[in-house]
Design a protein around this ligand. Sequence first.
Ligand SMILES: [Zn+2]
Length: 168
Amino acid sequence: MTTFSPLSETALRRCFINASRSESAAITFPAGFTAPDLSTTPVFGWRDPKLPLRAYLIVEDPASGAPAGVLLRAPDTSAGRKRRVVCALCEDIHSEDDVLMYVARRAGSRGRNGDSVGTLIHADFGCSRNAVAEQPANALITDPEQAAAERLAALRRRAGMFLDRVRS
Ligand SMILES: [Zn+2]
């Protein structure tokens, strides 16, 4: 059994693919924050406690296994009407948690020119938890553990596709 050592805040600040130096430096972590293990939690994130519409998504880059961060802008939901939409990362249909349209500025020069991509993601980034959560009984699922592993693999794949969109 290998010991898990959480990613440091410094390492996390450095892994963002679409944040400027000043944006990385301005990241505020939630109180008591400890980064989860990417091998079991391939997607996690948080809202900036000081900047209400800023959010951070950390995913395992399928190409390298390394963490990759995406700086996101959250929608202003103060006046919005809620409607049920499906999260593009976990595609979970059982969770009651809110799903929001987050917007990521593209990496590099395209981003500097104002190009961005939007994706529906769970408001609290609970996608990894949703992937392994116990599912309602389903005659098609004969091996729940195997099914959970497949959902986690699919989550990794979709998170990698989102990274590609931000990088391209
Ligand atoms: Zn999700």
